[in-house]
Write a protein that binds this ligand. Sequence first.
Ligand SMILES: Nc1ncnc2c1ncn2[C@@H]1O[C@H](COP(=O)(O)OP(=O)(O)OP(=O)(O)O)[C@@H](O)[C@H]1O
Ligand SMILES: [Mg+2]
Length: 268
Amino acid sequence: MLTMTSASLAGGQGKTTTSFFLAKAIAQKGYKVLMIDADPQSSLTLYLGHEVEENQPTLLEVLRKQVPVEDGIYESRYENLWLIPSDDGLETIQDYLSSTAMGELALKRRLKDIQDLFDVCIIDSPPQRTQICLTSIVAADELVIPAEASSKGLHSLLRTLQLVDELKAVEAFEGSILGILPFRDRWVGRTQAKRSEVSIQDMKEIGAGIAVLPSILESERFKQAIDTGKSLQELGFPDLEHPFQTIIEKLETKWLKHNLNPLMQIAG
Ligand SMILES: Nc1ncnc2c1ncn2[C@@H]1O[C@H](COP(=O)(O)OP(=O)(O)OP(=O)(O)O)[C@@H](O)[C@H]1O
Ligand SMILES: [Mg+2]
C-alpha cells in the first residue's frame, strides 16, 4: 500500500479538496483506496456523506489501539473507496500522542496492519502543526502540499517545508515530496490573474527543485461536485481533473512500474 498525505500548514489551502478528488480519481481507475480523515474538523468525512454514529470506532480509537484498524474502516458510497472517519472527538488524541513515546510514528505503525488490504491510502491532515498533523506526515511515502496561489499560500508552503525538514532531520519522515499543488489558480478567460501568476512563480522558487504540479483552478465546480456526489467529468468539466490525473501518472510511474506489486496485479 502506497500512503500519500495532503498537508499544508494553514486553513483553506485545498488539503481536503485534494484528498477527496485524488482518492476518487484513483479509485475510478480500479485501485482500492483507503481515505483517512485525520482532521478533527472532519471535512473529508462530511464530503463523503459519512455519519459517525455513537459507539462506532473512528480514527481516534484506531490510533489509541482500542480497536483493530479494520474495525475503523467503513465502505463509502463510491466504488473502491473506503474511509477511516473522524469527528471532533479526534481533538483528544493530541494528549495521547504527546504522552506516547514516538507519537509521530503512531499512524504509520497502525497502517502496517492493513498494508495488504489496499493499494493506496490517502490521508487528509489538519492545518495546525499538531501531533495529529505530524503523525499524518510521518506516515506518508509521498507528500503533496497544496497551497493557495496567494501570499497566504506561500506562507503555508514555507511553514510546511520547514516542518518536513525538521522531521527529516530526526529521521521521522522518510518519504518524499511528490509536489506542490497550487490551489485556486484564478483565470479570467485566457488570462491568468496576476496574483496567481506571481504566487505560482514564487512557489517554484521556494520549492527549489520540488515539482510544482498543474494547478487546481479557482472554480465553483469543485463544490458542486462534492455537493452532488458527481465527478468533475460527469459535470462536463474533465479539464479540471488534470492536476489529479497528473499526480496519478506520477504515482504510477514511480510506484506501480517498479515496486508496488498489489497495484500491478490490479492494474493488470
Ligand atoms: N477549485 C476551487 N475554487 C475555489 N474554491 C474552492 C475550490 N475547491 C474547493 N474550494 C473551497 O475552498 C475552501 C477550502 O478548501 P479545502 O477545505 O479543501 O481546504 P483545506 O486546506 O482542507 O482547509 P482546512 O485547513 O480548513 O482543512 C472550501 O470551502 C472549498 O469549498
Ligand atoms: Mg481540510
